[in-house]
Design a protein around this ligand. Sequence first.
Ligand code: NAD
Ligand code: TDX
Length: 342
Amino acid sequence: MKKMIVTGGAGFIGSNFVHYVANNYPSIEIVVLDKLTYAGNKKNLFGLPEDKVKLVVGDIIDRELVEKLVSEADVVVHYAAESHNDNSLKDPYPFVQTNLIGTYTLIEACRKYKVRYHHVSTDEVYGDLPLRENLPEKGEGIGEKFTDKTPYNPSSPYSSTKAGSDLLVKAWVRSFGLKATISNCSNNYGPYQHIEKFIPRQITNILAGNRPKLYGEGKNVRDWIHTDDHSSAVWEIVNNGVIGETYLIGAEGEQNNKYVLEKILMLMGQPQDAYDTVKDREGHDLRYAIDASKLKKELNWTPKHVDFDKGLQETIEWYTKNQDWWKDDKELVERTYAEQDQ
Ligand code: NAD
Ligand code: TDX
């Protein structure tokens, strides 16, 4: 592999992957194709060798640009997306454009130039699972965790456009022989995550003197994984994954939102009840949980950041030390949430 395109490489998870590849495999040339939306940030790529990592500011729906870049590459790793559920409930249009038309544009170019393609997706395509407390008593094991055999059942405009993009890829593999793999990962956390998302929103609320905001009763469960572990998993799949296969990525990190928020408050020296409960999200998925055994068994992948408290502590330290990275966005993000009573 000589030249890799990473779409969305200036966002939270894509930039982590760019650093991962540049640090561990310095001979690979990386072209980051990123539109630099509100979620993309050139600062996420600071410190990388300029001769090896090139940022192309452009849109993945721009067919001419995509074809030119893809024709010169060996592999495309596709992270670019509109990624926030709450935004998709306000205005689905950019989600349909980027997540569906953007993916279509990329896979058509990969088909034309016979380029290897990896599709980064989410566990949300499977819809949600019942909370454990709502499972029938002897129901352990029934619908317990998502696997690559779980039927698609997305809930929001975000997750339905991601689901649609996965289905396009599956059809392109079968009908056109596209050399593709898909990964569906659980909720990521770590440095450089946009402050609209749950964990960084609460950390930066505390740092900015605002009260954290919990949707509903906070019973909803997310399966947290550190971004570094997501990157190492994608690397394994890009290199050793079987064409046409889907791999689920997760690190057994299930926690409910109330627990996570109270843990953040505790780690930041705040009283446990120093937060507001606000309007719940429409159609709010109850629980996500990943069975990553296929990836572990077949590709020998293991997550390294399995101590959630430690990962959270380090993430808090990063947002505390890097206030310049998020301060300018904070007011607008909170004003937008306040308009939605959140
Ligand atoms: P993000 O919102 O932080 O970053 C998205 C990046 O894509 C930004 O840099 C943005 O500028 C770029 N982008 C958006 N539209 C574009 C377009 N039309 N053309 C080119 N670039 C465009 O998102 P993230 O949280 O880093 O997520 C990255 C990928 O991982 C997404 O595909 C998402 O669905 C998937 N994913 C995310 C999570 C999570 O917990 N955040 C979990 C599983 C999967
Ligand atoms: O202020 C908040 N308060 C709150 O209680 C916010 C922003 C969120 N929440 C809740 C909603 C969710 O149950 O926290 C949970 C996590 O919310 P988000 O960070 O918005 O993530 P989620 O909707 O679970 O989706 C994330 O994981 C899967 C990513 O944003 C997606 O891109 C990824 O596909």
